[in-house]
Design a protein around this ligand. Structure first.
Ligand code: HEC
Ligand code: HEC
Ligand code: HEC
Length: 416
């Protein structure tokens, strides 16, 4: 390995001192622009702006947005080129170490709310391209204190242990038995796209359960469903259904809400068709545990739920649950409704939902909130009904689940 690097190093030196001398200034600029462009694209794929920009504030990458973790909030720092409060004074090595290793210039560790575990699959070149792009951003003077975690989670040194337990920094290694497109898709999903940050089940300490990669996890009051295919939840989606969803936020089955709506708006809608196809090809090949089976739901709840559905929901979602293609999501055979976790269903019923608007599909239909209209019993009943009709089989939703969800939404509203 080392000798390969030496040979590559010699080649670089030869280029610098040989061909380099005759390169015109314009050629070098061209190269620089290409690197900045690649960096901008990679920053979109990696969705750096989602966390490092405060929504509603016109200061890209100036930080200040609280990032919710199971242990408390962390505030994303300022990564504009400001010398004092941003990363303007950082060397390339320091930047690379933070983004791919989670190590700060003073040697302390970042919390994995910054998805360095995934970004470690990128190459140093990729990360330095992102840096070149970030250098072109307006510097903003905005001091940010990032660590607002309660004791004992506020002890950064504990992260050394975490890294030791859950972090194997390693660049992406292609699987030679698969095609180049498959490998590119795998790299996007496991690396810069960090899909597992939301979709992969976590241990109590927040590490990925890698044996269950992409099989669904509950984050920030939403459920990011199982996105495996093969025998998994998305078995019925074709690769082009996936491309549609990632590009526009909806397709014939589903509409993206909550954190996924943001992911689509800021990241996947900006990806090239070739990259979206590669992601879809890869996801179609990742096999999950197969459909979940559950006990028969409570019949009284089903009867009450059916009546509420006919009354309040069927005008949009239709009596067969099929909805309206591209406008109202299809509730039949819908992965967000199946499985053991009713978080998303409860949230959508209580809070309503707005789908994402993208350049490709600028209209974004909305679902109204039903929290003022339905009691906890009624919410549980209609949620149980949609989770066990139209080809879905989910667990029954208990009244306490609805109570908890209402309380959770209330406390989020209070703290926001
Ligand atoms: C899911 C949210 C999230 C995403 C996406 C994200 N970051 Fe971060 N980032 C954070 C948080 C939170 C911290 C602070 C962590 C801590 O305090 O331990 C951080 C810290 C950093 C730091 C350290 C800066 C400092 O002053 O402490 C750098 C550099 C950084 N991120 C760059 C990036 C880049 C580049 C990308 C895209 C490739 C990115 N981040 C994507 C949440 C995110
Ligand atoms: C910030 C968290 C987050 C990230 C990052 C994220 N997702 Fe999601 N995703 C979600 C949530 C939450 C949902 C459920 C949205 C809903 O119910 O409308 C979802 C839904 C989906 C769905 C639809 C599943 C269904 O059954 O309706 C697909 C497909 C998907 N995500 C793919 C991806 C891919 C591919 C990536 C990486 C490029 C990704 N997601 C990254 C949170 C995330
Ligand atoms: C005015 C039309 C309208 C009505 C009435 C309505 N919905 Fe919706 N519903 C929508 C739209 C639009 C979305 C897509 C929003 C999103 O999740 O992005 C949606 C999304 C959903 C989802 C999430 C689907 C997914 O794939 O993530 C569920 C579950 C749902 N609705 C259930 C219900 C139930 C139960 C009722 C009745 C209590 C109801 N809806 C009433 C329009 C409606």
């Amino acid at each position: 390995m080392r000798s390969v690097q030496v040979v590559a190093g010699v080649a670089v030196v030869a280029v610098l001192f040989g061909v380099g001398v005759i390169a015109t200034a314009r050629g070098e600029n061209g190269q620089h622009f290409a690197q900045v462009d690649r960096g901008r694209y990679l920053a979109d794929v990696a969705d750096c702006a989602a966390c490092h920009t405060t929504p509603g504030v016109q200061q890209p990458y100036a930080g200040g947005r609280p990032i919710e973790t199971p242990f408390g909030d962390l505030v994303a720092p300022n990564i504009t080129p400001d010398q004092q409060t941003g990363i303007g004074a950082w060397t390339d090595d320091e930047f690379d170490a933070a983004v791919r290793r989670g190590v700060m210039p003073d040697g302390s560790r970042l919390y994995p709310a910054m998805p360095y575990v995934y970004y470690s699959k990128m190459s140093r070149d990729d990360v330095l391209a992102i840096r070149s792009y970030l250098r072109t951003i307006e510097p903003v003077h905005n001091p940010v204190t990032s660590n607002a975690l309660p004791f004992p989670y506020n002890i950064r040194t504990a992260m050394r242990l975490w890294d030791w337990l859950y972090f194997n920094p390693a660049e992406f290694k292609p699987d030679t038995s698969k095609s180049a497109e498959w490998n590119h898709g795998a790299w996007l999903v496991q690396g810069p796209g960090h899909c597992g940050a939301c979709h992969t089940p976590k241990t109590v300490l927040g590490g990925d359960k890698s044996a269950q990669a992409l099989q669904g996890y509950s984050i920030q009051g939403w459920f990011a469903p199982d996105i495996t295919s093969g025998k998994g939840a998305l078995a019925n989606w074709t690769a082009s259904d996936l491309v549609d969803y990632l590009r526009t936020g909806h397709n014939r089955f589903a509409a993206a809400a909550g954190p996924m709506a943001e992911e689509v708006a800021m990241s996947s809608s900006k990806m090239s068709d070739a990259d979206l196809k590669a992601i879809s090809m890869y996801l179609k090949d990742v096999s999950g545990p197969g459909k979940t089976t559950s006990n028969a739901p409570d019949q009284d709840m089903m009867t009450a739920g059916a009546a509420i559905y006919a009354d309040l929901c069927s005008s949009c979602h239709k009596s067969d649950g099929k909805g309206v293609p591209r406008l109202i999501p299809d509730l039949s055979d819908n992965p967000s409704l199946k499985g053991n976790d009713p978080t998303t269903v409860l949230r959508v019923i209580l809070q309503g939902a707005q789908t994402v608007a993208t350049d490709a599909e600028p209209t974004s239909p909305a679902m109204p909130s039903f929290s003022w209209q339905l009691s906890d019993e009624q919410v549980a009943a209609v949620a149980t009904y949609v989770r066990n009709s139209f080809g879905n089989s989910g667990t029954s939703v208990r009244v306490e689940n609805a109570q908890d969800a209402r309380y959770d939404l209330q406390s989020r509203a209070d703290t926001n």
